[in-house]
Write a protein that binds this ligand. Structure first.
Ligand SMILES: Nc1ncnc2c1ncn2[C@@H]1O[C@H](COP(=O)(O)OP(=O)(O)O)[C@@H](O)[C@H]1O
Ligand SMILES: [Mg+2]
Length: 349
């Protein structure tokens, strides 16, 4: 292969030559809803890929199916349909034993920094646990790696002998990160990792995750209900609504020129640091809560709350596709095309 002219970002360079680290296609997960025959359509046809060293931000309101996607990827729950490939290997129907080796490569960072750490174990034992469980190191031999990993997350060696209840929320989340990263996973699924933390410590933990991701080069599915959290962390964003992806694209494009009215609403609800910019953005207020995923609306699932919906939206589901001939920016909205620019915020994209 000849040398490329300009050196692209690492994630882009690798995407050209490697299989994606994660490839999810047509993922469906329906839960039984208690009442006879009813199903919760938690995830209803989600496709996404994550390249090597890439961070994908999966964003949407509570109940949109984000955690279910994460759980299916980790095979913590069995998908109803669809395919999941990890490093080119189909893991959709992997056996329990196969999953054990898989979990060594894929790690989850839990949302709640307290309940996910065993309160009866010291930090040293908690962080060493994946090494021991996967037979990488005996407990006695793990100490050096634990100390090194704690250092990477900004915790001193003395932390090894502490118990979770002796630590602050931010410190506990650092311990959770150290445990998740000690096996140097290829992919980290981080489900709302800072949502349970005080606003004052959220930024420092996010910065730490960004630093660790850059240093260690893992790929990341970063799940959050808060778009502003992924603005500085994600390479690409996928926006979910009622079990489906309604828009996906490179982070910068999605923030600068959101196409789907739902994304526009999410963005206009997020605080903007620049007051002049805040004034320029007219706010789109979404009415009410999302409809129930037991009986999602016909047509475009967003039409019941959409400020610009037309008749067609009520009957015909829009495909997620490239509607403005602009690279890998995909939107599921009938009203987005290369010559019509709906913009619920009243500003031009
Ligand atoms: N184990 C389960 N059994 C039944 N319904 C579930 C289960 N887990 C999640 N759900 C439902 O699936 C939908 C999506 O949930 P979830 O994936 O947790 O969304 P999010 O993470 O975006 O908040 C919600 O309506 C939720 O109530
Ligand atoms: Mg969730």
């Amino acid at each position: 292969m000849s040398e490329p002219q300009a050196r692209p970002k690492r994630a882009e360079a690798q995407r050209e030559t490697h299989e994606p680290v994660l490839e999810v296609s047509g993922l469906v997960k329906h839960y039984a809803a208690g009442e006879r025959g009813k199903v919760v359509r938690a995830v209803d046809g989600v496709s996404l890929t994550i390249g090597e060293g890439e961070v994908l931000g999966l964003v949407g309101e509570s109940g949109s199916g984000k955690s279910t996607v994460g759980k299916c990827v980790l095979r913590l729950t069995e998908p109803t349909a669809g395919r999941i490939r990890l490093g080119g290997r189909d893991i959709t129907h992997l056996s329990r034993r196969g999953m054990r080796s898989l979990r060594r490569d894929v790690h989850i960072v839990f949302q709640d920094p307290y309940s996910s750490l065993n309160p009866r174990f010291t930090v040293g034992r908690i962080v060493a646990e994946p090494l021991v469980r996967h037979g990488v190191a005996r407990r006695s031999a793990a100490a050096d790696r634990v100390t090194a990993m704690l250092g990477k997350v900004g915790l001193g060696p003395e932390t090894r002998d502490r118990y979770p209840h002796e630590l602050s929320g931010g410190q506990r989340q650092r311990v959770g990160l150290a445990r998740s990263l000690i096996l140097e996973p290829k992919l980290v699924v981080a489900d709302e990792p800072v949502s349970a933390l005080d606003v004052s410590v959220q930024a420092s933990v996010l910065n730490l995750i960004a630093d660790l991701q850059r240093d260690m080069g893992f790929s990341c599915l970063f799940i959050t209900h808060d778009l502003s959290v992924v603005e500085f962390l994600a390479d690409r964003i996928a926006v979910m609504y009622l079990g489906q992806i309604v828009e996906t694209g490179p982070r910068d494009r999605l923030f600068a020129a959101p196409e789907h009215p739902y994304t526009q609403a999410l963005l206009s609800a997020a605080p903007v640091p620049d007051p002049a910019e805040q004034r320029r953005r007219s706010r789109v207020v979404l009415g009410g809560d999302p409809p129930s995923p037991v009986r999602p609306p016909a047509g475009c699932r967003f039409h019941t709350r959409c400020p610009v919906a037309v008749d067609r939206c009520r009957t015909e589901p829009p495909d997620l596709m490239n509607r403005r001939l602009n690279g890998d920016h995909l939107t599921a909205c009938h009203l987005v095309s290369s010559d019509s620019l709906p913009d619920a915020r009243g500003t031009r994209a």
